[in-house]
Write a protein that binds this ligand. Structure first.
Ligand code: HEC
Length: 136
């Protein structure tokens, strides 16, 4: 029994060590990922100033990112359609942001399609995230 408990604990520790990086996704690990993808597409790393511009411009469709997330997303904002409150996007103001790959990928895909009528490129994601991380 004792041994079983010990080995279960040791197994859990080994697992969390092995998958530590996968479990502990962070805004900077997402930025690293988008930067790497952008580089392999020949498009250099993300740039905060470009991200701010991208976030606050329309791209052919009615909405811009800022329409739902606010022009400077350090505070709560209101969804342009449903008027639901959206929590701050900048990770310094919301510790949940950019920690869950399923959420990050799902919402980038959905929101970029709404705003640009296509998916965002890795460089566009890197630009936006570099800007969001720079907001303190
Ligand atoms: C029509 C409203 C709307 C627009 C426009 C919009 N978003 Fe969102 N966004 C949402 C909602 C709703 C969520 C999910 C609720 C939440 O996470 O607070 C969300 C969540 C996200 C997330 C998830 C982040 C995380 O880890 O929690 C990202 C990334 C994101 N949006 C990026 C963007 C970008 C980039 C644009 C512009 C291309 C954009 N959004 C435009 C409504 C919008």
């Amino acid at each position: 029994m004792q041994w079983f408990r010990f080995s279960a604990l040791a197994g859990a520790v080994a697992l969390s060590l092995a998958f530590g990086t996968a479990l502990a996704d962070s805004p900077t690990s997402f930025l690293d990922r988008f930067n790497a993808e952008a580089r392999s597409a020949g498009e250099g790393p993300g740039n905060a100033a470009r991200g701010q511009e991208f976030f606050n411009q329309t791209h052919g469709n009615e909405w811009k990112c800022a329409a739902c997330h606010g022009a400077v997303p350090t505070g709560k904002a209101e969804h342009a359609v449903t008027h639901k409150i959206i929590e701050p996007m900048a990770p310094a103001f919301n510790a949940q942001r950019f920690t869950d790959p399923a959420k990050v990928d799902k919402w980038f895909r959905r929101n970029c399609k709404d705003v640009l009528a296509r998916e965002c490129t890795a460089r566009e994601k890197a630009d936006v995230l570099a800007w969001l991380i720079s907001l303190k």
